[in-house]
Design a protein around this ligand. Structure first.
Ligand code: PLP
Length: 355
């Protein structure tokens, strides 16, 4: 942190940066203000309309704006951080530029800066690179970091072309808004921009589906819905982040309309199951959600004693008409996530076994 301190700023009830609070904090720390870090569009899935004012305010107090590049999927070809006031961005190549995301990921990505910060970029004494006078020197052992990853993003950009990249951004935003609107009567979207008429407007490239009220009405938690989605043949979207007991859906540009519809149909079917619990037809602790996911063995073996039929448990017709042939069978039933997280053990053989 090179001696710097983090000052946390507030959000308003719509999840946006509280501009009055930010202004007060900027004034209070004006003499020491180094930078603000923002995510745009924000992690609550909204293009915050005051982003230009925010950048101008921080600049006015001598600070810089770091725009987290994690959500470039909603910006590429449409808006440039440098144009709305960003001074620095890193582009997580595994978020927007075609690098597989997961398992810790091959972390590499360019850090982009405005012109007057160029002299401060990292350099290296190897690989034909240099360290600029006053520059920070090397930040990784290899001159270009995990360079083998870069050609993938380069090829992606070349093959998509400028128009293709813009189209991908538009499709990603459209897909998220499509899901948000089609599910609104079943799972309201928690945050949206405020439209010109003062009513909730659009989301960016992701939407947070609010499931929190089901705890009260049916005992169903977002985790139960996430597990139940496995029976319907889906890996669940982001669970309980950034808001506990919600699902954040980020479809990206990659999914076809048919796949989006299949997901929406599954979510609506699960909402109907929640209604059965709400109506008292199934007990809160014995229903297809609490017992999800259902392995083939759990449905076929032994006597069936649950409050709902076997075929309901199996979700035999995920996403509607004619999809039975594509039924996915989860290999493992419900696990206790929290227990697993707290009881780590090493599954490797002891070193002595190699002797
Ligand atoms: C994914 C994400 C990160 C983390 O980025 P990594 O490069 O995967 O470490 C940070 N901020 C936001 C908003 C993200 O979505």
């Amino acid at each position: 942190m090179v001696g710097m301190q983090v000052v946390v700023t507030a959000c308003d009830e719509s999840g946006n940066v509280d501009m009055a609070d930010l202004k007060a904090k900027c004034e209070q720390h004006s003499g020491q203000l180094a930078a603000v870090m923002i995510t745009y569009p924000s992690t609550h899935g909204v293009f915050e309309t005051q982003v230009k004012d925010l950048c101008a305010l921080v600049h006015q107090h001598g600070g810089r704006v770091y725009v987290d590049g994690a959500n470039m999927n909603a910006l590429v070809g449409v808006a440039a951080p440098g144009e709305f006031g960003g001074d620095v961005s890193h582009l997580n190549l595994h978020k927007t530029f075609c690098i597989p995301h997961g398992g810790g990921g091959p972390g590499v990505g360019p850090v982009c800066v405005v012109e007057d910060l160029v002299p401060f970029l990292p350099g290296h004494n190897a690989g034909g690179l240099t360290v600029a006078e006053g520059g920070v020197g090397a930040v990784s052992a290899a001159p270009l970091g995990n360079a083998a990853v870069l050609p993938i993003s380069w090829m992606y950009i070349r093959m998509m072309g400028a128009d293709g990249l813009k189209q991908a951004t538009e499709a990603a935003i459209l897909a998220a808004n499509y899901i948000s609107v089609r599910l609104k009567d079943h799972y309201p979207t928690l945050y949206a921009s405020v439209g010109e008429d003062g009513k909730p407007g659009h989301v960016a490239h992701e939407c947070i589906l609010d499931l929190r009220h089901f705890k009260e009405t049916s005992g169903v938690m977002a985790e139960d819905v996430a597990k139940r989605l496995m029976d319907y043949g889906f890996h669940a979207p982001t669970l309980s982040f950034p808001v506990a007991n919600t699902l954040m859906v980020e479809p990206t540009e990659s999914e076809t309309l048919a796949e989006l519809d299949r997901f929406i149909d599954a979510m609506i079917a699960i909402r109907e199951e929640i209604r059965q619990v709400e109506a008292g037809h199934w007990p809160q602790d014995d229903n297809p959600l609490k017992h999800a996911p259902h392995t083939a063995a759990s449905l076929l073996q032994g006597e069936w004693t649950r409050a709902y039929p076997r075929e309901v448990g199996a979700a035999m017709n995920p996403g509607g008409k004619g999809r039975v042939g594509n039924k996915y069978w989860p290999p493992v039933g419900r696990i206790d996530n929290v227990h697993g997280d707290r009881n780590l053990f090493c599954s490797c053989v002891p070193v002595s076994d190699y002797a």
